[in-house]
Design a protein around this ligand. Structure first.
Ligand SMILES: Cc1ncc(COP(=O)(O)O)c(C=O)c1O
Length: 384
């Protein structure tokens, strides 16, 4: 199969990831514990290794500030529900995935927070619009680094400065950027960043991380409490990071795969990985410009894009029809629909059918893209 659905989860994984999963599952898959037997300690060490790797790649303040989560949604919910208090004002954007917009909307509907949703234009949010929405009551700004629908990269550097100046906390959803856009937490005033391990960090599903910076100390409460593999005598969750926010047996096998994925990303470098995917998408954009009935959703700017592109489809066809034909007749996997991000589709006028999203990965080739373009041409010819 030609797999162009890497924005959902990356496939295939780099070979060392499969090897690490197999090796770890056969030798060390014990329940991690700081005070346990040798296998338990080895499993705990794998979690530590992941925190050190994450801290190095993203230049965080300390490894223990990395909370290992089960996916990006888990980290985002931990951040949002752990931080907001009744009466808070929160700012978000219309580009968000449901993992940001649903918890925030639920809190707004319950009367807990006041929510401002800043509109994007052609797929880009203006930092000035976020700055203009900040008030004395704003405690949190939660936004995506790159749109999972359009692939457009947002100006989080400027937003981060404005949010810090206003004294609010800044939460970045880096689901589509972690691993393909360099992010330095040393240079950027970002308080919290969440991402999955299973997309461009090449870990398996069931992995992710949340970074909780120093300004969240004393503010971020756990929403999941339980065993921490250490001090069992305490009646309540021990306040020590990362255990404070990590109740329950972690996906230590997945984390072993994630560590191999992080090593691979460090070797290749995020810039080169992004450039490869954008180059492949440029071929699709060039084709769309010549093709009757097709269009690119959002503004295509290769310098501010990750490897996801949404296409408007010709009249008479739906993205779902095309996705099915690509799957069944051409053996090509793409993602039609709303991509868990209904607000941006409403803004683009592509609600409710959505768009056809293409997302190549590091192992996708020009030949794959040529096959796709040929298939889209054949499907279009059949209705015109
Ligand atoms: C921008 C964005 N945020 C959050 C998520 C949720 O990630 P997960 O499925 O790992 O919870 C996704 C997944 O596609 C995403 O693209």
């Amino acid at each position: 199969m030609i797999y162009l659905d890497n924005a959902a989860t990356s496939f295939p994984k780099p070979e060392p990831v499969y090897q690490a999963l197999d090796r770890f599952a056969r030798t060390s898959l014990a329940n991690p514990g700081r005070a346990g037997h040798r296998m338990a300690v080895a499993a705990e060490r794998m979690l530590d290794e992941a925190r050190h790797r994450l801290n190095r790649l993203f230049e965080g303040e300390a490894p223990e500030r990395w909370i290992l989560t089960l996916n990006c949604t888990d980290g985002l919910n931990l951040a949002i529900k752990g931080l907001v208090r009744p009466g808070d004002h929160v700012i978000t954007t219309d580009l968000e995935h449901n993992s940001v917009s649903r918890p925030l909307r639920a809190l707004e509907k319950a009367g807990v927070i006041r929510l401002t949703r800043v509109a994007s234009s052609e797929g880009y949010v203006r930092a000035a619009d976020i700055a203009a929405a900040l008030t004395d009551a704003t405690t949190l700004v939660a936004m995506t680094h790159a749109s999972n629908v359009l692939g457009t990269v947002q100006p989080i550097e400027e937003v981060a400065s404005a949010v810090r100046a206003a004294g609010a906390l800044f939460l970045v959803d880096a689901a589509q950027s972690a691993g393909v856009v360099p992010i330095s937490l040393k240079e950027l005033p970002i308080d919290l960043i969440a991402f999955p391990g299973h997309k461009a960090l090449y870990g398996p599903t069931g992995t992710g991380a949340l970074y909780a910076g120093p300004r969240t100390d004393g503010k971020l409460r756990p929403w999941r409490e339980g065993g921490t593999g250490g001090d069992s005598s305490s009646e309540v969750q021990p306040v020590l990071l990362p255990y404070y926010l990590e109740g329950g047996t972690p996906n230590v096998l997945g984390v072993a795969g994630l560590v191999a994925g992080l090593t691979w990303v460090e070797e290749k470098g995020p810039d080169g990985l992004r450039a490869h995917e954008v180059e492949l998408l440029q071929e699709v954009v060039d084709w769309v410009e010549r093709a009757e009935g097709w269009g690119v959703a959002g503004r295509w700017d290769p310098a501010r894009h990750v490897g996801a592109l949404s296409l408007r489809v010709p009249e008479g066809l739906t993205p779902q029809d095309i996705g099915s034909v690509l799957d069944v007749s051409f053996d090509i996997a793409v993602r039609p629909g709303l991509h868990c991000a209904p607000y941006i589709h409403r803004a683009l006028g592509t609600f409710p059918d959505g768009t056809l999203r293409l997302s190549p990965g590091p192992f996708s080739t020009r030949q794959d893209v040529q096959h796709l373009i040929g298939a889209l041409g054949e499907i279009t010819a059949s209705i015109l």
